[in-house]
Design a protein around this ligand. Structure first.
Ligand code: HEC
Length: 451
């Protein structure tokens, strides 16, 4: 991503640690949101498909999609904005490396926008469809309604469901692909040994590292979607009110089942992901966090089992909180692993940063290359001579004020201020600090003692 390289500044090792930290803070809510969006859209779509004649299923489909999408602003804040920030952060971390992470995330960003539009269309069409079909019922009973209106209502009430299912299906598939590229990009960042090898997004499809992490993501997505439903239907603020028994049973059954299936695979996949990490990514804290994740999962099983055994579904709330922690622990673990694995790259970036900072400061090797005399001869002679007034004052008159003070003169050169109103103001010559200093040194050397 060439254009991003221009936005990126060299970073010191301290800044890089800070970016890793920020990355964790952005990844946690983002990944949880995307997982729930993917799982929720799938569930809703599936039950809407099965629910043509079953009102309970339709109600579940509508409630689910409304729950997981929340609202458009929330979707933007939890989905698109963080993804954009993530791209910028990875561009900083992987600056000058050959990793295709940033390209993968950019592709996933574009796909994500499309998926987002489709899924929210699917969501809002539920209400729209409700309105049109009630209208149809009313129109069929009333006489004297314009036949064109009648026709339109009839037509829309039969095409809308079709369009809606399309929007849901494509939205879901595109979100699935977007997530795959996202996970692929993030996984690549953990494997510097593959940066040169994985040079196209298609390579993700046969990279075992990517596939195992994506499987983890899918299972985690199922688990957290089910847990979110339990949390919001039965736990949050005492649970939803108007839930009649059959509906409650359905929600409970579906939510518990998908949470259970997802969560059962997680420990295995977690270990598999640990195993695929490069050796230099592993450290005590990476292992520690993996173990902590597995422990948390066992706690979650405990509460899930309680629900299956027929105890209060309220425990679903705890399952949700535990799974959020599992996400957080997994993400922190991966960032530590990335930090470990990319130490060499971080060091290179740090070296570049030092060179860059020295150039700005004007110390170090860079200094030798800058010639005060050259700059003076190109920029200053047009307006100044030693003892004649040109556009600017003769140096004989103005230099004594500076009393051989290089810093003071360099300051004026960098930032000319109004001095003598019988002259026009001196335009800023756009010199860097070290260049201005070099000119000042040269001027004192050349004219010193002549006034
Ligand atoms: C476009 C014409 C122009 C160029 C180019 C220019 N100067 Fe000047 N310079 C002026 C003018 C006009 C003044 C008087 C400004 C005033 O008194 O407000 C001035 C004033 C100064 C002064 C006197 C400041 C004081 O304290 O009275 C110094 C020193 C100076 N210039 C240095 C330089 C150096 C070094 C360069 C080259 C890097 C340079 N100038 C390039 C027009 C120019």
């Amino acid at each position: 991503m060439e254009f991003l390289d221009k936005l990126v500044l060299p970073q010191s090792a301290e800044h890089i640690s800070l970016i890793h930290f920020l990355l964790i803070m952005v990844l946690i809510p983002f990944l949880i949101f995307v997982s729930i969006l993917l799982g929720g859209t799938f569930l809703s779509w599936y039950y809407e498909l099965r629910g043509r004649k079953n009102l309970l299923y339709r109600r579940f489909a509508k409630d689910t999609i409304e729950t997981v999408t929340v609202s458009i602003p929330v979707g933007l804040i939890l989905g698109l904005v963080p993804l954009f920030t993530l791209i910028l952060m990875y561009a900083q971390l992987l600056h000058t490396s050959s990793a295709i992470t940033v390209n993968a995330l950019t592709v996933s960003f574009v796909l994500f926008i499309i998926a987002f539009i489709l899924i929210y269309t699917y969501r809002y069409t539920f209400s729209f469809q409700g309105i049109v079909s009630s209208l149809r019922n009313v129109i069929e009973k009333e006489d004297g309604i314009d036949t064109i209106v009648q026709k339109d209502v009839k037509r829309y009430s039969s095409t809308i469901p079709f369009l809606q299912m399309r929007a849901g299906l494509y939205g879901m598939i595109i979100l699935f692909i977007a997530s795959f590229f996202f996970i692929g990009g993030v996984t690549t960042s953990l494997h510097p040994e593959n940066w040169d090898k994985i040079q196209s997004l298609f390579a993700f499809f046969y990279s075992w590292d990517v596939i195992s992490r994506f499987l983890y993501f899918i299972m985690a997505s199922m688990a957290i979607t089910g847990a979110t439903l339990m949390f919001l239907f039965f736990y949050w603020e005492g649970g939803k009110e108007d839930l009649d028994e059959p509906y409650k049973e359905l929600v409970k059954k579906v939510a518990v089942r998908i949470t259970l299936i997802g969560a059962l695979f997680l420990p295995l996949l977690l270990l598999l992901n640990l195993w695929t990490l490069p050796k230099n990514a592993l450290s005590g804290s990476v292992f520690g966090l993996a173990v902590a994740g597995i422990f948390l999962l066992f706690f979650a099983y405990h509460f899930l089992y309680a629900i299956v055994r027929g105890e209060s579904v309220k425990s679903g709330g705890y399952v949700f909180m535990l799974l959020v922690l599992v996400f957080a622990v997994g993400i922190v673990k991966d960032q530590i692993a990335m930090n470990n694995a990319t130490k060499t790259h971080t060091f290179q970036l740090h070296e570049q940063y030092i060179a860059y900072a020295e150039e700005l400061r004007g110390t170090g090797a860079e200094m030798v290359a800058i010639s005060g005399e050259n700059i003076y001869n190109t920029l200053c002679v047009a307006c100044h001579q030693f003892d004649t007034r040109l556009v600017g004052p003769p140096y004989r008159e103005v230099l004594p004020k500076y009393d051989d003070d290089v810093e003071k003169l360099a300051d004026f050169i960098r930032n000319p201020v109004r001095v003598d109103t019988s002259y026009p103001p001196m335009p800023n010559q756009g010199l860097r600090p070290n260049e201005a200093r070099a000119v000042a040194v040269f001027m004192f050397e050349r004219y010193g003692g002549m006034y």
